[in-house]
Ligand binder design. Structure first.
Ligand code: ADE
Length: 222
């Protein structure tokens, strides 16, 4: 997969996508991540990327020209273009699985009060939000979406099963995990996990996952 990220703050994306599994995925060629400074496509002397909103109101709006120029230069016939914005539809694990099947993604990171809407109309295939809160710009959101998608690419996770068994793949939260020691400050690991009865362990995990979902995310149960 190729992923182009267009942002006014490349360093915000470069950090998270330059460590650990993301770093290894890039170095091994499983994903080709290119982080671009949108300002490189601004043409005036001050490399302006924003302007006042028509109709008045607070804040600045990102100008269309640099975004159009960048996307037109970077896009391939397979490219799917996303705008990261709190106005988007909420990113879910299912979205990550769908995007992981794409050959080329282009992320446009919104900033200021928004992006000139002609960008959305003419260039963007989908608007994506990472949740019901407002960040100062879309670069952090782009790094979040990129991480969730890249870890699903074949060979990126050490053990491909862990992408299948994790939270949300079955619409429920995971059961608690434990490691050694079996007793720590008076808290014991549940006996069932120490016993080696795999059917009993699977049953316990299913019950715990359900109880946790009921407690922390009743919305998932409908
Ligand atoms: N930009 C600002 N807030 C955002 C959010 N919640 N999701 C995606 N992009 C954003």
């Amino acid at each position: 997969m190729r992923l182009d990220i267009l942002t006014l703050f490349p360093a915000i994306c470069a950090g998270p996508l330059g460590e650990s599994m993301m770093k290894r995925a890039r170095e091994s060629g499983k994903v080709d991540v290119r982080i671009h400074n949108l300002r490189d496509w601004a043409t005036d002397k001050h490399r302006t990327t924003d302007d006042m909103p028509f109709g008045g109101g607070q804040g600045m709006v990102m100008k269309p020209e640099p975004i159009f120029a960048a996307v037109e230069e970077l896009r391939t016939p397979e490219a799917r273009v996303l705008l990261l914005t709190p106005q988007g539809s909420v990113f879910k694990q299912a979205t990550a699985h769908r995007l992981a099947a794409e050959a080329h993604l282009i992320f446009i990171c919104g900033h200021y009060e928004g992006v000139d809407h002609r960008v959305v109309e003419a260039l963007v295939d989908e608007e994506v939000s990472i949740g019901d809160y407002v960040l100062t710009n879309g670069a952090l959101a782009a790094a979040v979406v990129a991480d969730a998608v890249i870890r699903l690419l074949p060979g990126v996770l050490g053990d491909d099963r862990s992408a299948v068994e994790e939270s949300f793949s079955h619409g429920l939260l995971e059961a608690p995990h434990y490691t050694r020691p079996a007793e720590f400050r008076g808290q014991r690991v549940p006996d069932v996990l120490l016993g080696g009865n795999h059917a009993a362990i699977a049953k316990w995990r299913a019950e715990q996952g359900m109880a946790r979902t009921r407690r922390n995310r009743p919305d998932l149960l409908g």
